[in-house]
Write a protein that binds this ligand. Structure first.
Ligand SMILES: [Fe+2]
Ligand SMILES: [Fe+2]
Length: 372
């Protein structure tokens, strides 16, 4: 009797459960997951000893409450197909939508699994009980999420080979503070993305073209908790969010994460049209929620209503289209077009960084609830 990844108590068990499923011709999906570009999810490694040395004493009360909640495991068994899982007509799906949706699932699976491998490794290398307990719980959740997306992909006859990815995908080194900023943000923006889609489809159920969206509420609550953990980790060292240099880094990461989301979502017009979502509306809505949440720990928010914000994002998006077209075309003309696109994207990204931020007085306690 095989366990399903949704029931697994650890990431290792969840991955093993996924690997025990019948093999599929999954080279294509895995090849997509293996890509490392500015816009595709990466795998990270860091200075695990430095992270293991974190002392959570200064946030002990909130820390213990968060860990207790995660240990109680409210979502055990949730990430599994059940009676709510309607039949999916993959063959009848409009080809452009199908291609974009599969791309969305593969990229989401890779992003979920990226968290899993980083957290699992921290758990394996560490000796600090507080830290290893947290990372083991987060790795468990991410492995279940990735496993569930893979279950959805399997119905379309494809799957991402998680074991192969762990072994073979390139790892990018980030020093711990960059891991905090980037991972905290990706957990919180992940929450905002999932809950925004969930609420939209609650209001427009006829647009729910695939059952996986029904699982998004519990899903995003996991991501919310993970983000809370990183907020507490950052709270243990006030320098991380207060020094001038680090405030510049936070602004950089906020801008990079928001701009990347904008460009990637605009690459999937058929997917968003099927959901009845305008990517520009969706982007701003997600940025607004994320900004509101990150006030728990970041000393500033980006001014997403500044008159230059959306037009500059759109120019970066146009530059990205130019890069892709140039690369596809090839030859000297294609290369020049792609280079021109990169310069345009870079100049406009700097343009975003010149928009003044809005200062934020950080509360003494970061504690938040997922209220959206
Ligand atoms: Fe996740
Ligand atoms: Fe997460």
């Amino acid at each position: 009797m095989n366990m399903h990844s949704s029931e697994a108590a650890t990431a290792e068990e969840a991955i093993a459960a996924q690997e025990a499923l019948p093999p599929l011709t999954n080279e294509d999906a895995t090849a997509v997951a293996m890509q490392n570009t500015l816009l595709t999810p990466r795998f990270y490694t860091t200075d695990f000893d430095e992270m293991d040395a974190i002392d959570v004493t200064s946030v002990r009360g909130e820390w213990d409450a968060l860990i207790a909640r995660m240990k109680s495991d409210p979502n055990k068994g949730h990430f599994k197909k059940n009676a709510d899982w309607d039949d999916v007509d993959w063959d009848g799906m409009e080809p452009k939508l199908k291609a974009e949706f599969i791309d969305f699932l593969i990229s989401s699976c890779t992003a979920e699994f990226s968290g899993c491998v980083l957290y699992k490794e921290m758990k394996r290398r560490g000796s600090n009980q507080d830290i290893t307990t947290l990372f083991q719980l987060m790795a468990r959740d991410e492995a279940r999420h990735a496993g569930f997306i893979n279950d959805a992909l399997r119905e379309a006859g494809i799957a991402v080979n998680l074991g192969f990815l762990t072994q073979s995908k390139k790892y990018t080194y980030f020093r711990p503070k960059f891991i905090y900023y980037a991972t905290y943000l990706s957990e919180k923006i992940g929450y905002a993305r999932y809950i925004t889609i969930f609420r939209h489809l609650e209001a427009h159920p006829e647009k729910r073209f695939h059952p996986i969206f029904k699982w998004f509420r519990e899903w995003c609550n996991d991501e919310f908790s993970h983000g809370e953990a990183f907020a507490l980790l950052m709270k243990t060292d006030p320098k991380l969010t207060e020094s001038f240099q680090n405030r510049m880094w936070i602004k950089f990461f906020l801008t990079a994460v928001f701009a990347t989301m904008w460009v990637r979502d605009h690459q999937r017009p058929a997917f968003h049209a099927a959901l009845g979502v305008d990517p520009a509306w969706y982007g701003q809505e997600v940025f607004r929620k994320t900004s509101e949440i990150t006030r728990q720990v970041f000393p500033m928010t980006l001014d997403i209503d500044h008159p230059r914000w959306v037009p500059t994002l759109n120019r970066i998006q146009a530059a990205n289209v130019q890069i892709a077209a140039g690369e596809k075309r090839g030859g000297i003309a294609g290369k020049l077009a792609a280079l021109g696109g990169r310069i345009k994207a870079g100049v406009n990204f700097i343009g975003l960084l010149t928009i003044p931020v809005q200062r934020n007085a950080v509360p003494a306690s970061p504690r938040l609830e997922p209220v959206y």
